[in-house]
Design a protein around this ligand. Structure first.
Ligand code: 5GP
Ligand code: MG
Length: 193
C-alpha cells in the first residue's frame, strides 16, 4: 500500500509524511467509542477528562462516538523540557470538581514519557474517582510509554515527533486533520520563532 501524499499546504509547512490518515483515525475513534459505550451501557455516569490543549480534537470526536451518558471536563498540564521531548509534567489547573465517585476516562492525544498520564491518574484517584482508565490516540514505541499503564490505545507509532489532529509544534499544526511527521528542517526553522 502506498502512503498517502501530504497535501500541498502541509508539505509546504515542512510536513514530510502522513503517518495516520484521516479515514484511519476516524475508524479507530469510532471503535474506541464503541468499546467505551459497551462498558458503560448500564447508565453509570462517566466523565471524560481531557488534557488541554492537545487532546481537544481527539476528545471532540471521541465523545460523539459514545452514545451513552457522559460528561466532559478539561485539565491543564504543563510539560517542561525541550520543545520536541517532554521531561516532566505538573498540573497547571485545578482538577475538575465533578469526579467524586464517577468513572473517569482520562483522555490524551499521545503517550510519550508517560509523565502526564501518571500524574493525572494519581490525582484523579486521590480525589475520589470511582475508577480511572486512560485512553490515548497514540502511543510511542519507547520503553517509558509501554511501561505506563494505559487501558485504551488507538495506535502504536514509532518513536518520532508527530504533529496534527491536536498535536502541535510551537502551537501550530493542531488543525492539520491527519497525523504526520514534521521534517528536521522545519523543526529547526520554527525553533527560534
Ligand atoms: P508525556 O507526559 O507522556 O511525556 O507526554 C505527553 C505530552 O507531551 C503530550 O500530551 C504532548 O503534548 C507532548 N508530546 C509528546 N510526544 C509528542 C509528539 O510526538 N508530538 C507532539 N506534538 N507532542 C508530543
Ligand atoms: Mg498534551
Amino acid at each position: 500500500m502506498h502512503a498517502p501524499l501530504v497535501p500541498r499546504y502541509w508539505a509546504d509547512q515542512g510536513v514530510e509524511r502522513v503517518l495516520i490518515d484521516e479515514g484511519s483515525i476516524n475508524r479507530r475513534v469510532q471503535e474506541l467509542g464503541r468499546e467505551l459505550a459497551a462498558q458503560f451501557h448500564d447508565g453509570r455516569e462517566v466523565v471524560l477528562v481531557a488534557v488541554l490543549t492537545g487532546a481537544v480534537v481527539f476528545v471532540a470526536d471521541l465523545m460523539r462516538a459514545i452514545p451513552t451518558r457522559v460528561k466532559i471536563s478539561m485539565v491543564s498540564v504543563a510539560s517542561y523540557g525541550a520543545s520536541t521531548t517532554s521531561q516532566g509534567a505538573v498540573l497547571a489547573s485545578a482538577l475538575p470538581s465533578n469526579i467524586q465517585g464517577k468513572h473517569v476516562i482520562l483522555v490524551d492525544e499521545i503517550l510519550d514519557s508517560g509523565g502526564t498520564i501518571r500524574l493525572v491518574r494519581d490525582r484523579l484517584n486521590a480525589n475520589g474517582a470511582a475508577s480511572v482508565q486512560a485512553c490515548v490516540l497514540l502511543r510511542k514505541q519507547r520503553p517509558q510509554a509501554l511501561e505506563t499503564p494505559c487501558e485504551l490505545v488507538g495506535f502504536d507509532i514509532p518513536d518520532v515527533f508527530v504533529v496534527g489532529y491536536g498535536l502541535d509544534f510551537n502551537d501550530e499544526f493542531r488543525n492539520m486533520p491527519f497525523v504526520g511527521v514534521l521534517g528536521e528542517a522545519a523543526i529547526r526553522a520554527r525553533s527560534n520563532s
